[in-house]
Design a protein. Structure first.
Length: 338
Protein backbone atom coordinates (compact mmCIF):
# COMPACT_ATOMS: atom_id res chain seq x y z
CA UNK A 1 0.00 0.00 0.00
CA UNK A 2 2.85 2.36 0.87
CA UNK A 3 4.36 1.89 -2.59
CA UNK A 4 1.00 2.66 -4.22
CA UNK A 5 0.64 5.87 -2.23
CA UNK A 6 4.17 6.96 -3.13
CA UNK A 7 3.45 6.29 -6.80
CA UNK A 8 0.31 8.42 -6.71
CA UNK A 9 2.20 11.25 -4.96
CA UNK A 10 4.91 11.19 -7.65
CA UNK A 11 2.50 10.97 -10.59
CA UNK A 12 -0.45 13.02 -9.39
CA UNK A 13 0.62 14.98 -6.33
CA UNK A 14 -0.07 14.89 -2.60
CA UNK A 15 -3.62 16.24 -2.83
CA UNK A 16 -4.70 13.41 -5.11
CA UNK A 17 -3.11 10.87 -2.75
CA UNK A 18 -4.97 12.37 0.19
CA UNK A 19 -8.24 12.26 -1.75
CA UNK A 20 -7.74 8.59 -2.60
CA UNK A 21 -6.36 7.18 0.60
CA UNK A 22 -7.37 9.56 3.37
CA UNK A 23 -11.05 10.04 2.58
CA UNK A 24 -12.26 9.19 6.08
CA UNK A 25 -9.76 11.53 7.68
CA UNK A 26 -10.77 14.35 5.36
CA UNK A 27 -14.44 13.82 6.20
CA UNK A 28 -13.67 14.15 9.91
CA UNK A 29 -11.72 17.35 9.27
CA UNK A 30 -14.57 18.93 7.32
CA UNK A 31 -17.37 18.22 9.78
CA UNK A 32 -20.99 17.60 8.88
CA UNK A 33 -22.77 18.07 5.54
CA UNK A 34 -24.42 21.48 5.13
CA UNK A 35 -28.08 21.82 6.04
CA UNK A 36 -30.61 22.88 3.43
CA UNK A 37 -30.79 26.30 5.09
CA UNK A 38 -27.00 26.69 5.12
CA UNK A 39 -26.87 25.78 1.44
CA UNK A 40 -29.51 28.36 0.56
CA UNK A 41 -27.54 31.00 2.48
CA UNK A 42 -24.34 30.06 0.64
CA UNK A 43 -26.13 30.48 -2.70
CA UNK A 44 -27.08 34.03 -1.71
CA UNK A 45 -23.57 34.77 -0.52
CA UNK A 46 -21.75 33.59 -3.65
CA UNK A 47 -24.23 35.01 -6.16
CA UNK A 48 -22.00 37.86 -7.29
CA UNK A 49 -18.81 35.78 -7.21
CA UNK A 50 -20.43 33.22 -9.49
CA UNK A 51 -22.00 35.86 -11.74
CA UNK A 52 -25.50 34.51 -11.17
CA UNK A 53 -28.65 36.55 -11.72
CA UNK A 54 -31.43 36.74 -9.14
CA UNK A 55 -33.50 34.42 -11.33
CA UNK A 56 -30.69 31.84 -11.40
CA UNK A 57 -30.37 31.82 -7.62
CA UNK A 58 -34.13 31.66 -7.22
CA UNK A 59 -34.25 28.70 -9.59
CA UNK A 60 -31.50 26.86 -7.70
CA UNK A 61 -33.28 27.38 -4.38
CA UNK A 62 -36.65 26.27 -5.72
CA UNK A 63 -35.20 23.12 -7.26
CA UNK A 64 -33.31 22.12 -4.11
CA UNK A 65 -36.38 22.64 -1.93
CA UNK A 66 -38.59 20.74 -4.37
CA UNK A 67 -36.33 17.72 -4.75
CA UNK A 68 -36.14 17.32 -0.95
CA UNK A 69 -39.62 18.23 0.25
CA UNK A 70 -41.73 16.45 -2.40
CA UNK A 71 -40.64 12.87 -1.63
CA UNK A 72 -40.60 13.56 2.13
CA UNK A 73 -44.02 15.20 2.13
CA UNK A 74 -42.72 18.18 4.11
CA UNK A 75 -42.95 21.95 3.80
CA UNK A 76 -40.09 24.27 2.90
CA UNK A 77 -39.75 25.33 6.55
CA UNK A 78 -39.71 21.72 7.77
CA UNK A 79 -36.70 20.75 5.64
CA UNK A 80 -34.48 23.71 6.52
CA UNK A 81 -32.66 21.90 9.33
CA UNK A 82 -32.15 18.66 7.37
CA UNK A 83 -28.64 18.08 6.08
CA UNK A 84 -28.04 17.73 2.38
CA UNK A 85 -26.96 14.15 3.08
CA UNK A 86 -30.65 13.31 2.60
CA UNK A 87 -30.00 13.74 -1.14
CA UNK A 88 -29.38 10.03 -1.65
CA UNK A 89 -30.12 8.00 -4.79
CA UNK A 90 -33.10 6.58 -2.90
CA UNK A 91 -34.52 10.04 -2.21
CA UNK A 92 -34.05 11.10 -5.85
CA UNK A 93 -35.84 7.93 -6.96
CA UNK A 94 -38.71 8.69 -4.57
CA UNK A 95 -38.86 12.24 -5.92
CA UNK A 96 -39.25 10.93 -9.48
CA UNK A 97 -41.83 8.36 -8.41
CA UNK A 98 -43.89 10.90 -6.46
CA UNK A 99 -43.95 13.37 -9.36
CA UNK A 100 -44.90 10.74 -11.97
CA UNK A 101 -47.29 8.62 -9.94
CA UNK A 102 -50.77 8.49 -11.43
CA UNK A 103 -49.91 10.33 -14.66
CA UNK A 104 -51.12 8.23 -17.59
CA UNK A 105 -51.32 10.82 -20.36
CA UNK A 106 -48.07 10.55 -22.34
CA UNK A 107 -47.88 14.27 -23.08
CA UNK A 108 -48.28 15.15 -19.40
CA UNK A 109 -45.82 12.44 -18.44
CA UNK A 110 -43.13 13.82 -20.73
CA UNK A 111 -43.76 17.34 -19.48
CA UNK A 112 -43.30 16.15 -15.88
CA UNK A 113 -40.11 14.31 -16.83
CA UNK A 114 -38.74 17.54 -18.29
CA UNK A 115 -39.51 19.30 -15.00
CA UNK A 116 -37.76 16.53 -13.07
CA UNK A 117 -34.71 16.82 -15.34
CA UNK A 118 -34.62 20.59 -14.85
CA UNK A 119 -34.74 20.33 -11.05
CA UNK A 120 -32.08 17.63 -10.88
CA UNK A 121 -29.89 19.63 -13.28
CA UNK A 122 -30.20 22.65 -10.97
CA UNK A 123 -29.29 20.61 -7.90
CA UNK A 124 -26.27 19.18 -9.73
CA UNK A 125 -25.18 22.76 -10.50
CA UNK A 126 -25.43 23.75 -6.83
CA UNK A 127 -22.96 21.03 -5.87
CA UNK A 128 -20.88 21.06 -9.06
CA UNK A 129 -17.17 21.61 -9.57
CA UNK A 130 -17.59 25.38 -9.88
CA UNK A 131 -18.97 25.72 -6.34
CA UNK A 132 -16.73 23.23 -4.48
CA UNK A 133 -14.52 25.91 -3.01
CA UNK A 134 -17.50 27.50 -1.21
CA UNK A 135 -18.36 24.26 0.61
CA UNK A 136 -14.83 23.38 1.76
CA UNK A 137 -15.62 23.25 5.48
CA UNK A 138 -18.41 20.70 4.99
CA UNK A 139 -18.48 16.99 4.36
CA UNK A 140 -19.56 16.92 0.71
CA UNK A 141 -19.28 13.17 0.11
CA UNK A 142 -23.03 13.02 -0.56
CA UNK A 143 -22.55 15.17 -3.69
CA UNK A 144 -20.94 12.31 -5.58
CA UNK A 145 -24.27 10.51 -5.93
CA UNK A 146 -25.95 13.72 -7.12
CA UNK A 147 -23.34 14.28 -9.81
CA UNK A 148 -23.84 10.68 -11.00
CA UNK A 149 -27.65 10.93 -11.14
CA UNK A 150 -28.98 10.34 -14.66
CA UNK A 151 -31.60 12.24 -16.66
CA UNK A 152 -34.62 11.02 -18.58
CA UNK A 153 -33.83 10.80 -22.27
CA UNK A 154 -35.81 11.22 -25.47
CA UNK A 155 -37.72 14.27 -24.23
CA UNK A 156 -36.63 16.83 -26.79
CA UNK A 157 -39.50 19.17 -27.52
CA UNK A 158 -39.62 20.63 -31.04
CA UNK A 159 -41.38 23.96 -31.48
CA UNK A 160 -44.42 24.08 -33.75
CA UNK A 161 -45.83 27.33 -35.12
CA UNK A 162 -49.40 28.07 -33.93
CA UNK A 163 -52.42 28.09 -36.24
CA UNK A 164 -52.82 31.20 -38.38
CA UNK A 165 -55.91 32.47 -36.56
CA UNK A 166 -54.09 32.32 -33.24
CA UNK A 167 -51.20 34.37 -34.62
CA UNK A 168 -53.58 36.93 -36.13
CA UNK A 169 -55.34 37.19 -32.76
CA UNK A 170 -51.95 37.86 -31.16
CA UNK A 171 -51.28 40.83 -33.43
CA UNK A 172 -54.84 42.06 -32.87
CA UNK A 173 -54.23 41.91 -29.11
CA UNK A 174 -51.08 44.01 -29.54
CA UNK A 175 -53.09 46.67 -31.35
CA UNK A 176 -55.84 46.65 -28.72
CA UNK A 177 -53.51 47.21 -25.79
CA UNK A 178 -52.13 50.58 -24.76
CA UNK A 179 -49.37 52.02 -22.61
CA UNK A 180 -46.74 49.72 -21.16
CA UNK A 181 -48.68 46.57 -22.04
CA UNK A 182 -48.67 47.50 -25.73
CA UNK A 183 -44.93 48.25 -25.65
CA UNK A 184 -44.20 44.92 -23.95
CA UNK A 185 -46.00 42.78 -26.51
CA UNK A 186 -44.68 44.76 -29.48
CA UNK A 187 -41.07 44.42 -28.32
CA UNK A 188 -41.55 40.65 -28.10
CA UNK A 189 -43.43 40.35 -31.41
CA UNK A 190 -41.36 42.66 -33.60
CA UNK A 191 -37.93 42.33 -32.01
CA UNK A 192 -38.01 39.00 -30.14
CA UNK A 193 -36.93 40.46 -26.79
CA UNK A 194 -37.03 38.41 -23.60
CA UNK A 195 -38.96 39.60 -20.56
CA UNK A 196 -35.87 40.89 -18.76
CA UNK A 197 -34.67 42.65 -21.90
CA UNK A 198 -38.07 44.29 -22.34
CA UNK A 199 -38.08 45.53 -18.74
CA UNK A 200 -34.61 47.06 -19.12
CA UNK A 201 -35.00 48.27 -22.71
CA UNK A 202 -34.02 51.93 -23.00
CA UNK A 203 -34.40 54.51 -25.75
CA UNK A 204 -30.60 54.59 -26.08
CA UNK A 205 -30.70 50.96 -27.20
CA UNK A 206 -32.50 51.96 -30.43
CA UNK A 207 -30.75 52.94 -33.65
CA UNK A 208 -33.41 53.82 -36.23
CA UNK A 209 -32.50 54.49 -39.87
CA UNK A 210 -34.27 54.31 -43.22
CA UNK A 211 -33.03 50.76 -43.79
CA UNK A 212 -33.91 49.26 -40.42
CA UNK A 213 -34.26 49.60 -36.67
CA UNK A 214 -31.51 48.04 -34.62
CA UNK A 215 -31.76 47.37 -30.88
CA UNK A 216 -28.44 46.88 -29.10
CA UNK A 217 -28.77 44.58 -26.08
CA UNK A 218 -25.85 44.86 -23.68
CA UNK A 219 -25.01 44.75 -19.99
CA UNK A 220 -25.50 48.07 -18.21
CA UNK A 221 -26.71 49.45 -14.90
CA UNK A 222 -28.44 46.54 -13.10
CA UNK A 223 -29.09 44.55 -16.29
CA UNK A 224 -27.15 41.52 -17.47
CA UNK A 225 -28.22 39.67 -20.66
CA UNK A 226 -29.19 36.02 -20.23
CA UNK A 227 -26.10 33.84 -20.32
CA UNK A 228 -24.04 36.98 -20.78
CA UNK A 229 -24.96 36.99 -24.48
CA UNK A 230 -24.94 40.59 -25.64
CA UNK A 231 -26.09 41.21 -29.18
CA UNK A 232 -28.50 42.90 -31.53
CA UNK A 233 -31.88 42.43 -33.09
CA UNK A 234 -33.18 44.22 -36.16
CA UNK A 235 -36.67 44.89 -37.48
CA UNK A 236 -38.70 47.20 -39.70
CA UNK A 237 -37.81 50.87 -38.98
CA UNK A 238 -41.44 51.99 -39.01
CA UNK A 239 -42.28 49.64 -36.13
CA UNK A 240 -39.20 50.71 -34.21
CA UNK A 241 -40.27 54.32 -34.53
CA UNK A 242 -43.87 53.40 -33.64
CA UNK A 243 -42.79 51.62 -30.45
CA UNK A 244 -40.62 54.59 -29.41
CA UNK A 245 -43.42 57.07 -30.10
CA UNK A 246 -46.03 55.10 -28.16
CA UNK A 247 -43.88 54.08 -25.18
CA UNK A 248 -44.67 55.82 -21.88
CA UNK A 249 -41.15 55.87 -20.46
CA UNK A 250 -38.71 58.69 -21.10
CA UNK A 251 -35.61 56.53 -20.47
CA UNK A 252 -36.73 52.96 -19.90
CA UNK A 253 -39.59 52.29 -22.29
CA UNK A 254 -41.60 50.55 -19.58
CA UNK A 255 -42.75 53.26 -17.18
CA UNK A 256 -44.52 51.13 -14.55
CA UNK A 257 -41.55 49.36 -12.96
CA UNK A 258 -43.13 48.49 -9.62
CA UNK A 259 -42.35 44.89 -8.69
CA UNK A 260 -40.42 44.41 -11.95
CA UNK A 261 -43.31 45.71 -14.03
CA UNK A 262 -45.68 43.04 -12.74
CA UNK A 263 -48.93 44.86 -13.56
CA UNK A 264 -48.34 45.51 -17.30
CA UNK A 265 -46.62 42.14 -17.82
CA UNK A 266 -49.56 40.36 -16.17
CA UNK A 267 -51.97 42.26 -18.43
CA UNK A 268 -50.14 40.96 -21.51
CA UNK A 269 -49.88 37.42 -20.16
CA UNK A 270 -53.58 37.29 -19.30
CA UNK A 271 -54.51 38.49 -22.78
CA UNK A 272 -52.29 35.89 -24.44
CA UNK A 273 -53.75 33.11 -22.29
CA UNK A 274 -57.24 34.06 -23.45
CA UNK A 275 -56.06 33.59 -27.05
CA UNK A 276 -54.82 30.08 -26.28
CA UNK A 277 -51.23 30.32 -25.04
CA UNK A 278 -51.78 27.97 -22.12
CA UNK A 279 -50.11 25.04 -20.36
CA UNK A 280 -52.84 22.76 -21.72
CA UNK A 281 -51.85 23.74 -25.26
CA UNK A 282 -48.18 23.16 -24.57
CA UNK A 283 -47.45 26.89 -24.50
CA UNK A 284 -46.81 27.57 -20.82
CA UNK A 285 -44.90 30.85 -21.24
CA UNK A 286 -47.27 33.14 -23.17
CA UNK A 287 -44.98 36.16 -23.62
CA UNK A 288 -42.07 33.94 -24.64
CA UNK A 289 -44.30 32.53 -27.39
CA UNK A 290 -44.27 35.97 -29.02
CA UNK A 291 -40.47 35.73 -29.16
CA UNK A 292 -40.84 32.38 -30.93
CA UNK A 293 -43.24 33.90 -33.46
CA UNK A 294 -40.56 36.48 -34.23
CA UNK A 295 -37.92 33.75 -34.53
CA UNK A 296 -40.09 31.84 -37.00
CA UNK A 297 -40.67 34.98 -39.05
CA UNK A 298 -36.94 35.75 -39.33
CA UNK A 299 -36.05 32.11 -40.06
CA UNK A 300 -38.70 31.96 -42.81
CA UNK A 301 -38.01 35.31 -44.47
CA UNK A 302 -34.23 35.47 -43.95
CA UNK A 303 -32.46 32.42 -42.52
CA UNK A 304 -32.11 30.23 -39.47
CA UNK A 305 -28.69 31.72 -38.73
CA UNK A 306 -30.00 35.28 -38.83
CA UNK A 307 -32.76 34.19 -36.44
CA UNK A 308 -30.09 32.71 -34.16
CA UNK A 309 -28.21 36.02 -34.21
CA UNK A 310 -31.28 38.14 -33.51
CA UNK A 311 -32.47 35.82 -30.73
CA UNK A 312 -28.92 35.76 -29.32
CA UNK A 313 -28.65 31.99 -28.99
CA UNK A 314 -25.32 30.24 -28.49
CA UNK A 315 -26.18 27.59 -31.10
CA UNK A 316 -28.38 27.35 -34.16
CA UNK A 317 -29.75 24.03 -32.91
CA UNK A 318 -31.45 25.82 -30.00
CA UNK A 319 -33.09 28.22 -32.46
CA UNK A 320 -34.09 25.43 -34.83
CA UNK A 321 -35.58 23.10 -32.22
CA UNK A 322 -37.23 25.51 -29.81
CA UNK A 323 -37.69 28.94 -31.42
CA UNK A 324 -38.31 28.67 -35.14
CA UNK A 325 -40.68 26.92 -37.51
CA UNK A 326 -41.51 27.54 -41.17
CA UNK A 327 -44.44 29.89 -41.76
CA UNK A 328 -46.42 28.77 -44.80
CA UNK A 329 -49.29 31.26 -44.60
CA UNK A 330 -48.35 34.38 -46.58
CA UNK A 331 -51.02 36.43 -44.81
CA UNK A 332 -49.33 35.66 -41.51
CA UNK A 333 -45.93 36.71 -42.86
CA UNK A 334 -47.46 40.02 -43.88
CA UNK A 335 -48.40 40.72 -40.25
CA UNK A 336 -44.80 41.80 -39.68
CA UNK A 337 -44.80 44.07 -42.75
CA UNK A 338 -45.24 47.80 -42.34
Amino acid sequence: MADKIKAVVVLHGAEEARARYCAKALVKEKGDPPTIDQTLSILDRIKFVMGWSDDTVRGYKTSLNTVVRVPLGKTVDEIKTLTCAVLTPELLARYKHTKLFGITDEKSRKSTMRTINKNIRQVKAIFGDNTKVHFKKFDMSFATDIRDESFYRGLRKVYRFPKSDMVKDTFALAESLDGDAKTILNLALYFGLRRGEILHCRRDWFDVSDSGCRINIYAERDFKPKGGHEGITIANPSYGAKILNEANGLDYLIEDRVNYGKAPFDEVTDGLREIGYTVENGRDKPLHEARKLFGSYIATTQSLYIAQKYLRHASASTTNESYADVIVDKEVIQLWAA
